[in-house]
Design a protein around this ligand. Structure first.
Ligand code: F3S
Length: 283
């Protein structure tokens, strides 16, 4: 039996950078080390860091209650008011926002200065999108589905800048942009989908289309893992989403000749290797 492991599986550049930042702070940082939200959507990684003394703060209230220490901003980024809040309190901020997300912050800030309202194609409840909105100087809107795009209305001739959540599905982004483009607004569109996401999705689709079973490894709350699962499921009915090896319940069947494996951007290499090893032994 053949195992096809996606080359793009696992930590992306931004997540690796954020995790490395935490490790550096454990060694060199001052005072207690906190991350604002879990550093990655992966319980194993967060637990390991907790054992090294890193604590997760989840709310603005938690930040307001801080007296000392270092707060690390994760790859998703946060709105400007969080930077201001920590600065006003004199708490050290270490910014591990992925540079691709920072770029979106700069775009929306600049386009807002020029009077454009911001339309983000993505999930309004995702922290990355909340963070992007926190850098907008003008009104911002979020559209996630074709239906929402069809119903989207602003004043005739409105100046809009369209950006996307970095992990959004490229095809859906194009479809939504096409709908918005026909509404007669003065729009500029910037495809801010991260290339890591596109590459990962394309490779996952290719592997799943040739596989008899497909395993997608990643956190339950990881948006890019959920998208990978959707893409793979379309190509291969026999697709499993697992967080770690314990969740894997692959039905051994004679008809399985090729198992594909991919993983979301927040899945550590160690977990991917464990799953790969297990599949190899089992079949
Ligand atoms: Fe950054 Fe792309 Fe990863 S935006 S966090 S490198 S998926």
């Amino acid at each position: 039996m053949e195992i096809k492991l996606a080359q793009t599986a696992g930590f992306c550049f931004g997540v690796q950078r954020a995790v490395d930042t935490v490790h550096t702070q454990i060694k060199e940082g001052s005072g207690p080390i906190y991350t604002y939200g879990p550093i990655v959507h992966n319980e194993t990684v967060v637990k390991e860091l907790e054992e090294k003394g890193v604590r997760v703060l989840n709310t603005e209230e938690d930040l307001l209650n801080l007296k000392e220490g270092t707060v690390i901003i994760r790859a998703h980024g946060v709105g400007k008011h969080i930077y201001d809040l920590l600065e006003n309190k004199g708490i050290c901020l270490v910014d591990a926002t992925c540079p691709f997300v920072r770029k979106i912050h700069r775009i929306v800030r600049k386009e807002g200065t020029e009077g454009r309202k911001i339309l983000i194609i993505g999930n309004a409840r995702h922290p990355e999108v909340e963070g992007i909105r926190g850098w907008c100087r003008t009104s911002s809107f979020v559209v996630e589905s074709i239906e929402e795009a069809q119903n989207f209305r602003v004043e005739a001739g409105e100046k809009l800048c369209v950006v996307s959540q970095t992990t959004f599905n490229y095809k859906k982004f194009k479809d939504i942009v096409e709908i918005i483009s026909k509404k007669g607004y003065d729009i500029i569109v910037l495809n801010t989908i991260c290339s890591a996401t596109e590459e990962r999705q394309t490779e996952a689709r290719q592997i799943a289309s040739a596989a008899d079973a497909m395993i997608v490894i990643g956190g339950r709350h990881s948006s890019n893992t959920q998208k990978l699962f959707e893409i793979c499921k379309k190509e291969c009915e026999n697709t499993y989403h697992i967080q770690s090896l314990e969740d894997l319940d692959l039905k051994t069947s004679q008809s399985i000749r090729c198992v594909g494996i991919t993983a979301g951007a927040s899945t550590p290499k160690k977990i991917i290797e464990e799953v790969q090893k297990h599949v190899r032994i089992k079949f």
